[in-house]
Design a protein around this ligand. Sequence first.
Ligand SMILES: Cc1cc2nc3c(=O)[nH]c(=O)nc-3n(C[C@H](O)[C@H](O)[C@H](O)COP(=O)(O)OP(=O)(O)OC[C@H]3O[C@@H](n4cnc5c(N)ncnc54)[C@H](O)[C@@H]3O)c2cc1C
Ligand code: SF4
Ligand code: SF4
Length: 1024
Amino acid sequence: MAALQAAGKRYLESLFGTRVSFDRRERKLYGHDTAEIPSLIKPIVGSTVPEAVVQPTSEEELVALVRWAQENRVALTPRGRATSGYGGVLPVQGGLVVDFYHLGKVLEIDSKALTAKVQPGICWEKLDRELAEQDLTLQLYPSSYPASTVGGWLAQGGAGFGSYESGWFRDNVVSARGVLADGTVREFTGSDLDFLSEAEGTTGLISEVTVKVMPKEQLGVISIGCPDAYDLQRLVERIVKDGLPIWSLSFISPRMAEMKNLAPLRQHVGHPVGERVLLPASYVTTLAFRVKDRQRIDDAFPDLIKTCQAVLLSDQIAHHEWDDRFKIMVVKRLGPSLVPAEVVIPLSSLGDMMAQVEQKVSQPVVKEGLVIREGAGGVPEVAILGFIPCDQRKFSYNFIFALSLTIMKIAEKNGGRPYATGLYFAGKAGRILGRERLGRLKAFKTQVDPSNILNPGKVMQGGLMSSVLSLAAVIEPLIRPLGNLVSSKIGDQPTQPVRDIPADVAWYAYTCSQCGYCVEECDQFYGRGWESQSPRGKWYWLREYMAGREKWDQKMVDTFLVCTTCEMCDTRCSTNLPIEPSWMKLRGLLINEEQRMTFPPFEMMAAALKTEGNIWAGYRKDRMDWYPEDLKAAHPPGGKAKNVYFAGCTASYVEQDIGQASVRLLDKAGVDFVPLGNEENCCGTPMLVAGRWDLFAEIMKRNIGLVKRAGAETVITSCPACDLMWRQYYPEWAKKLDIDYPIKAKHYSEILAEQIKAKKFSFPEREKPVTVTWHDSCHIGRASGIFEPPREVIQAIPNVKLVEMNHNREQAYCCASVLTLLKEPAVAADIGKVKLDEAVAAGAEKILSLCPCCQVQLRVTADKKGVPIEVQDLAHFAAATFGYTFPDPNPEVRKQWAVFDALIKLLTPQGFADLMGTMWPELIDAMPYGMGPMMRGLGKVPGALNLMMPLFPVLFPRLLPLVLPKVMTTMLSRVGEQIEMPEYMSEQMPDLMPKVMDRLMPHMIGDVVPLITQPMIHYLQGKS
Ligand SMILES: Cc1cc2nc3c(=O)[nH]c(=O)nc-3n(C[C@H](O)[C@H](O)[C@H](O)COP(=O)(O)OP(=O)(O)OC[C@H]3O[C@@H](n4cnc5c(N)ncnc54)[C@H](O)[C@@H]3O)c2cc1C
Ligand code: SF4
Ligand code: SF4
């Protein structure tokens, strides 16, 4: 295949704009799938890094791409969500990876015909969610449902939950469209679907799929324990024979049950979430059926179970197994790696197969199985996914990998076959697909893709890779003892840091299964659409870093810092990894310990915080200006009480309606409270997420001291970030720093909800009915589990209708404040719009929130994107029913945000370079050692300054620290001209700016120098 030329790159840029990436790091992330290739095989596979990644948005773009690739002989490798592990998505012959992420829409749901027409890149979970709105659901889905795509499953082939009733996926597809290698588009139906199904994109890029769907009905589940695989086989054969109306039948092996019992539970703030349900060491078989069929199943069961020595397991086990059905990868926590072995066998050999694997493989093979009632040739089949826990970092991984061939051979002896072809088992395509079908597929490929540009080296093209695997299969009996001899430790066992990565984070990086469940719902991913931003991409990058193949640079530091801490990924992870806490740990490591650069606006906040105690650069003396005069007697600021109301910076300085309305409600509810007064400080969240942990600890100590001085037991908050600090971070840090912490945290919505329930508090009637929706801020929702109290408050207000957004409570989308807003305001607006669009789609007139930062972000987004919805604070909305009026926060938000927006632009290399471009005379004059006149002189000698250019990168970092203090006054006046600041801020700038420059310049200078060199030369030469 031909390499990508400059003209090709230009063409791709013109076709895809920002949806093409040539970035080395990004490309690497699109060059692998879920399997870790053993080191001995890697050289045979060769490089799998594509030359570019493209993300088409339409069939037309696919057609244009394929035509161009055909003309230029460039290989195209399609990629759904890369959840497969057969190498099908690896671009083994270079060229482009075609990522289907942006082709992820539902095109049509026909509830009469029971079909859904979709774009290929839609993931199963998303499709099912949309079907549910019409009381429909999927006939079957893979256990990678939270990540994998419809097109990917058709191309790869497979069975899943629901296959007991519905068979292989291929049989549930009505039609599919494919873009062929010459750019023609063809619709495939009936037996022609064989040309796309299991062809892994070698014959065409799937551009549309119509699948069968079914009415959504309530499911019942039962789990049964079978002592051995022969009993399991008998049980299933009986179920098939009796024609029991089962929808899905899956099982796990005793070893898998043992491992699941050992696997860590999901953690939240260092504590396990949920209950551990212990599984018996048996074949735990889970049956899902429609509730309407329950009676038939219940009637048949006593007799059925008796003949198979099985036992009915508890409802708790059944529900646990069903609810956790997508989390098979959790056992990877005990590896940290898994060698997979996936086969399909006839049900009639299940007992023999399992017995022979036990006999020949002494490593613990954990297995999961799915039964297909009508498999190939109409006989029942079992798809078995086996895993052997081990450590990919050790050479012995190669030997354990070879045991997967042992399992494969056992399956073949028992009339089975490998699950799929892909790259590794292309040599077995005849066995997997059947000789006759393979022949037809090859003929079709030759006809439609004679130049072999579509996914070359896969499925039917057994190259060197499959020869080597065929050879390995022959000598398998010789390698097997080596694999069996390897001693692997099983358990969650972080040992030591790797490079500078803490031991636990290093372990997690390897235990990440790369399943992709966390990708699509991470706001950083859907805000930009690139893997590098997703947790999966970050774990993979960390592995590369730990292996010495990557280095930290500012871009990578920023990628970790920009995570909004929304914690969505923690709820989705198939291996229960504490992802967000790991990134939090890295913030401290990178910024606090290694002194790398945090986001520049945080340095401005830090400087303001140090002197005035808040992030908005307001004066400390003005902190309580928001406080209602008439409450001062009953709730004196800085006084003593059982509770402290902690307003936080944004409610104190920007959205003052929040603070005012919150204290009005607390007062109405008869709560004994005082505010901390002007001495209150920022809660520290910005410094925590900025990695400025030195400052965070200092602020925390001051705030704890103030609450103790007030004699309070409880801190009542309105801001979720403040709440998170007082509820979770302060206690944790206080313990770490040995500080006494006798303080509880409570949100005002919890207090009101309690009083409403106790009938001690109620709201008067609103004048006009209104429909509102509730934005679950991440820091009060997912982080602190407060989902219902705010809803209970809203529902207690007469004349208010509460509607829910599509993603709500634990699945609620993040608004993208604060980190994305500070780093990339444009991306923040894209992410925020997703949220606002959901609110509009829910039919809400207002989106209520209680987080000041979310409100700033949502207001800014609504303005920027023109979304017709009002953003209002919950306390403001609720307290207004009592007749209180509050200031409209919008003008202040706009004013303050405009300053921040301008500062964000200024505090970048380009921003600094532009600023310096406005003050060359002053900068040159300020140069030390008489360099100014010398430079001016050289400017007059043609070519002299150009000769000096190589010296500038060395010279400037030394010069600028000496020059900048001398030109600070000019610099401040230029900043003042560019940014319209409130008076109090301009007054503080002479103090703040030098501090900010001191922190930023050492990191930024390298990027600033190339930007200022030429403009400075031009100035000295008198050209500008
Ligand atoms: C936790 C977990 C559970 C799993 N459970 C199951 C299961 O129950 N059943 C099962 O069968 N598999 C399962 N798998 C494997 C995998 O999820 C499936 O094969 C899935 O269908 C792959 O979908 P994908 O979107 O990730 O495709 P990818 O992995 O991206 O691609 C798969 C193949 O299809 C090709 N391809 C992708 N999109 C297109 C397109 N639009 N046009 C042409 N070719 C394309 C790719 O080149 C590749 O060869 C599981 C994997 C994981 C990690
Ligand atoms: S916490 Fe949120 S933003 Fe951060 S990685 Fe997880 S999902 Fe993405
Ligand atoms: S972080 Fe978790 S959810 Fe994301 S790819 Fe890794 S294992 Fe899967």
